[in-house]
Design a binder for this molecule. Structure first.
Ligand code: GAL
Length: 445
């Protein structure tokens, strides 16, 4: 017996050393596969998640031309990947989500969360829903899908709090864009204004010609905040503009005074019915040639294209006057509420939101650039390619009107000051109210 055992051992050692000499690992005999090959691919049932099914409610405010079609394009990508899940498109109309956010708040408080909802990256997400303990972190999605390498670190940072990531961004929008009607500019022999002074000069020429210089649709006060953030940036420059949101720039200072004065000046050049119109109705004034310009985020590009216009043909675009070299950014994202009725379906949705395919279907129509850095550039038009280039090289500063710069409470307080200001154009009162809003937000002394 002993001798036989010894012979077997020698044989094993010889085979092992031969294998080692050939570069193959000398595996001990007991590690040889014993399971029949056909059983290998079968994973234990509990490891493979069941394919999601049922329905999911996706909550957003995307109802206007461009944004609605962009969302629909992402639904098409979703349907191809998850044919067993039905999407319920739950929209509440109203630009920048002013109405939608109120409806969402009521639902969240009542424990009636949708499966996933649109939320701006930054303070709107973190201060409202994360701090309140109403969200589930989605860090695991970034890890599982290897997204940590394909999103800019700055974007991940504004989605993060307490070491976790809290939503999946679908895009990057630019707030500080001046859109203009090419024909109206040509007819009036105008060059595109690069500074606030040039803007007012062009506005005078247009007024004299009987054309509304600046289309405004501020039925929601966010549109005034939107215009104001561009003017603040023009007067302050990127560093001092950033400082407004961390208390290092004085709200009582001369830069804010100048911005309020310029805003009051611009109100002399807007359409008389501005307070009755929405942002897209204002954009339509530019389409029709009834107004020459509008200052709006690049979802306006989605709108112009949705009514059949082509960038650099019927409409042009430049950074809003005085802001070249800076990019006021915001990002739309989708989150996973705690208690989402169909969590698996919501995760499937978020997976499409974060995917290259989903973003490349959505953004070329929406008028935004992908939040991912690996979007397929050739799918994006000439404006969007310029936005991609600017986002890569400009000073990036956060939007006030769209949830990136300041908490919801602070934005509301500045909005209240703005509501009065649009009515009375009292610079001193508006500045005092805005300075107080910073104090109340805990950012100024
Ligand atoms: C913004 C949002 C954009 C667009 C716009 C007008 O707040 O980020 O995606 O929807 O409002 O509704």
């Amino acid at each position: 017996m002993k001798r036989r055992y010894f012979t077997v051992l020698v044989a094993v050692l010889v085979v092992a050393s031969l294998l080692a000499a050939c570069g193959a690992p000398a595996a001990p005999p007991e590690e040889e596969p014993t399971t029949p090959p056909q059983e290998e691919p079968t994973a234990p049932p509990e490891e493979g998640p069941a394919a999601p099914s049922g329905s999911i409610e996706i909550f957003s405010w995307w109802t206007a031309g461009g944004e609605a079609e962009g969302l629909e394009a992402m639904y098409v990508v979703f349907a191809a990947e998850y044919p067993d899940v039905e999407i319920i498109n739950a929209t509440v109309a109203g630009g920048a989500g002013m109405e939608a956010k109120a409806v969402l708040a009521t639902r969240m408080q009542a424990g009636d969360a949708p499966d996933s909802f649109q939320v701006h990256a930054g303070h709107e997400l973190i201060d409202s829903w994360v701090v309140a303990g109403k969200m589930e972190p989605v860090t695991f999605l970034f890890e599982e899908n290897e997204w940590l390498d394909v999103y800019p670190p700055g974007v991940i940072e504004i989605l993060s709090s307490g070491g976790d990531i809290w939503s999946v961004p679908v895009n990057i929008h630019r707030s500080n864009v001046l859109w203009y009607n090419e024909q109206v500019f040509a007819d009036n022999g105008l060059t595109v204004p690069a500074s606030l002074d040039e803007f007012f000069d062009a506005a005078d020429t247009l007024m004299a010609a009987g054309v509304t210089p600046l289309a405004l649709g501020d039925s929601g006060v966010w549109v005034d905040l939107h215009l104001f953030e561009s003017i603040l940036l023009a007067e302050l420059g990127p560093d001092a503009y950033r400082g407004l949101w961390d208390g290092s720039t004085d709200w009582n200072g001369s830069g804010v005074t100048a911005a309020l004065e310029a805003f009051a000046g611009a109100m002399e050049y807007v359409n008389a019915d501005h307070s009755a119109l929405s942002w897209d109705q204002a954009a339509q004034l530019v389409v029709d040639g009834d107004a020459a310009m509008t200052i709006m985020g690049d979802w306006a590009e989605g709108y112009f294209k949705s009514v059949g216009l082509t960038p650099d043909v019927e409409f042009g675009y430049v950074p809003s006057p005085g802001t070249a070299g800076s990019f006021i950014m915001l990002s739309d994202s989708f989150g996973l509420p705690l208690g989402a009725p169909n969590r698996d379906g919501a995760i499937a949705w978020l997976t499409v939101c974060g995917s290259r395919e989903g973003q490349d279907a959505f953004n070329p129509i929406k008028g935004s650039i992908p939040a991912r850095t690996d979007g397929e550039r050739s799918l994006y038009d000439v404006y969007l390619q310029s936005a991609m280039d600017d986002f890569a090289s400009d000073e990036i500063v956060p939007s006030l009107a769209h949830g990136a710069a300041a908490s919801e409470g602070w934005v509301t307080a500045v909005g209240d000051a703005m509501t009065f200001f649009v009515a009375d154009l009292d610079v001193e009162a508006a500045q005092a109210a805005m300075a107080q809003a910073c104090v109340d937000a805990g950012m100024c002394e």
